[in-house]
Design a protein around this ligand. Structure first.
Ligand code: XIL
Length: 372
């Protein structure tokens, strides 16, 4: 445990069950859980946190919940290239700075996401329309961008998702962007190198959504080959970010022994390379679940417990972050079609009351083996 971890753990333990009373009307302090998820995780040497969006920074009750439960926060969107550099030279650190200030004011650790989301749908339009012409021009731009962003938040940011989702899950190939066009696979090496230079003390992750589900075999293999290649080139990668956006379909099928075996095989290979694991964006899309909320919540909770149980079995799993805390604000709601049920993917409901998923997470943290 680092000094920072120990200090944070002592703070959390001192805060004990008092936590913060929730300010939102209808949410009673009596419902505040006995021990925060952050404290339970810290006892096992784990970091627990959540994504926070820029609009949520104007919601005091939501921030109360974040302070109550989290040891770390990550910007849901504010540190992405499309937020920081929406037009050429139009740097905008407003949202990213606001979250960094919130974290600093409240003694929360700050995770960084993501220096290069090398995905055609999520790069700024102007970047997608750019022809770099030469490899050197693309490299200059990328080093300049990453150096400026990672440098601005060093040393506050303890871990960065350096490259996000650069592999096409269908083909296993690099996604086609102006960066890959100009630089080929070297784009990833350059991003890690630039991140290390600007944030030498931070953990540096490759982050992606390969999972245990059927159909993810090609994606998993591509991630393994990428990590192997990076390590062979001495790239400063410290771990794999596993987004953990799960889709609940059916409990038995979802986390079947066969799927668990395939997933463990993958995790064994990653950890066998000496890399850590970070669960970076946990949520459970319950789009296929039916029935009353209580039934759906119980299914989601059971699934979360199984999943985290497996992940935390690996002492290399050092962090768990959810992609938000409360259902109504989840990004997943944007995909709900008319006539479908509103999703319940996160540990708190829209009144910020804890759901069974929260208890499942607490139980998984309590049961997790101690890590250093
Ligand atoms: C999502 C945000 O939650 C949305 O608000 C945004 O519109 C798109 O991005 N994988 C990632 C995250 O790495 O950055 C994504 O976040 C969710 C999937």
């Amino acid at each position: 445990m680092t000094r920072l971890d120990r200090r944070r753990m002592l703070q959390l333990m001192a805060a004990g069950s008092a936590g913060l009373a929730l300010a939102r009307p209808g949410a009673r302090a009596a419902q505040a859980p006995e021990e925060s998820l952050a404290a339970l995780a810290a006892k096992r040497g784990l970091i627990f946190g959540s994504a926070v969006s820029t609009p949520q920074l104007d919601d005091p009750a939501y921030l109360g919940l974040v302070r109550q439960e989290c040891a770390a926060v990550v910007a849901e969107n504010a540190q992405k290239m499309y937020a920081i550099l929406p037009e050429p030279e139009a740097w905008d650190f407003g949202g990213a700075d606001a979250l960094a200030e919130f974290a600093a004011r409240n003694g929360l650790d700050l995770r960084g996401h993501a220096l290069l989301w090398n995905h055609p749908d999520y790069l700024p339009d102007w970047v997608m329309e750019t022809e770099f012409g030469t490899a050197a021009a693309a490299e200059d731009f990328l080093r300049g961008y990453i150096g400026r962003v990672a440098g601005r938040y060093a040393p506050q940011i303890y871990a960065w998702d350096v490259v996000n989702e650069t592999l096409d899950p269908e083909t296993g190939e690099l996604r086609d962007t102006p960066f890959t066009k100009a630089l080929g696979p070297q784009v990833i090496d350059i991003a890690f190198d630039a991140a290390k230079a600007a944030a030498p003390g931070a953990k540096l992750a490759y982050n992606d959504y390969m999972s245990w589900e059927d159909g993810h075999e090609t994606h998993r293999t591509a991630v393994l080959r990428l990590l192997e290649r990076l390590l062979a080139q001495d790239a400063p990668v410290t771990g794999l970010g596993i987004q953990g956006h799960a889709r609940w379909t059916d409990r038995e099928a979802e986390f079947s022994p066969a799927r668990q075996k395939a997933w463990r095989g993958f995790l064994d290979e990653v950890t066998g390379m000496g890399l850590d694991l970070y669960v970076t964006e946990l949520d459970v899309n319950d789009g296929d679940a039916t029935g009353p909320d209580a039934v759906r919540d119980a299914e989601i909770a059971a699934y979360t417990k199984d999943y985290l149980g497996l992940m935390l079995d690996y002492p290399q799993t050092k962090e768990v972050l959810t992609w938000g805390l409360a259902d109504h604000d989840s990004w997943i709601q944007a995909f709900v079609d008319e006539g479908e049920l509103v999703r319940r993917p996160l540990p708190f409901d829209d009144e910020y009351r804890p759901k069974p998923m929260r208890e499942a997470m607490a139980a998984a943290f309590r049961a997790a083996p101690q890590r250093s």
